[in-house]
Write a protein that binds this ligand. Structure first.
Ligand SMILES: C[S@@+](CC[C@H](N)C(=O)[O-])C[C@H]1O[C@@H](n2cnc3c(N)ncnc32)[C@H](O)[C@@H]1O
Length: 271
């Protein structure tokens, strides 16, 4: 299959010049992209949606990312290694994969994972127990835009495939900034639609036919797949996201694209 042939791009350390010419998301307010209706708060709808799909999420994620999410998580975490963070916060922790990988790759003292979906975290707890890491990784229900942690509690924070869901992005980034210590790092991993050309056409075909079909078979919540696709289309990526990060107290340390740009990693530092 064409996607099996995709490999992680080795290095795109600087921000490419054409980032601002992104076609996607123009005119679409991503905070208005909601799973079920326009009236209710997005965060409440998301908690419900992720609760419903929690037992299928890992399979869902493998389908959406052609099984490459695992490699992307691991490769992105390597960027944090030189900073040797001891207290790590994983935001939008979901079913716990990033927490477990952080612990294994970065060998911190402790990892705290937060999420608004208690059912996603329940799935995560099972995996953490299986990995014998319950005393090293703690999961809590918390909304990133209103975290209860004390200032400067963490050396590093991570968000894997979560940021495009945040209803209150500036407030969330300011909260992350607050709970990080001086010079602390935030690592963001997020999916993008390919920009153009053959890859874009192949991607459209793959998502419209195979992913849609399989996801609908897998999930009892038919709207979840449509939301996940629409949110990817609407969320600002590349230079637009870097601008939002710098408006909210972070400076860019490293930007990298994986697998021909279908996934991006942003490593930023608290200023
Ligand atoms: C696509 S999942 C990503 C899960 C996991 N990080 C991974 O690598 O697979 C997105 C997660 O973001 C969580 N989420 C959405 N909005 C949130 C918020 N405001 N605060 C904390 N978590 C949130 C959802 O509940 C969901 O579990």
């Amino acid at each position: 299959m064409i996607f099996r042939m995709m490999k992680t791009n080795k290095s795109t350390k600087s921000v490419p010049r054409n980032l601002t010419r992104t076609r996607k998301g123009l005119g679409v307010d991503f905070t208005k992209v909601k799973p079920y209706n326009q009236d209710e708060e997005k965060t409440a709808q998301l908690a419900r949606m992720f609760n419903v799909i929690s037992d299928k999420y890992d399979q869902f994620n493998d389908i959406m990312t052609w099984g490459m999410a695992r490699t992307w998580r691991r490769n992105s975490l390597l960027a944090l290694k030189p900073f040797n963070p001891k207290q790590i916060l994983d935001i939008a922790a979901g079913t716990g994969d990033m927490c477990i990988k952080s612990y294994k790759f970065l060998n911190p003292d402790h990892v705290t994972g937060i999420d608004i979906s208690d059912k996603m975290l329940e799935m995560g707890r099972v995996k953490i127990e299986k990995a014998n890491l319950s005393n090293k990784i703690k999961l809590e229900v918390q909304d990133v835009s209103a975290m209860t942690f004390a200032d400067a509690s963490f050396d590093a924070a991570t968000i894997a495939f979560g940021i495009r869901n945040f209803e209150k992005l500036p407030e969330s980034l300011q909260q992350i900034n607050r709970v990080l210590g001086q010079g602390g790092h935030l690592l963001i991993l997020e999916m993008n639609e390919p920009e153009k050309g053959l890859l874009y056409k192949g991607y459209q075909l793959y998502t419209k036919v195979f992913v849609r079909l399989t996801s609908r078979l897998l999930s009892s919540d038919k709207k979840a797949y449509d939301y996940l696709q629409a949110s990817m289309h609407a969320f600002p990526n590349g230079q637009r996201l870097i601008n939002i990060l710098s408006e909210n107290g972070f400076k860019l340390n490293k930007y990298r694209k994986f697998s021909f740009g279908v996934c991006s990693m942003y490593l930023v530092e608290k200023i």
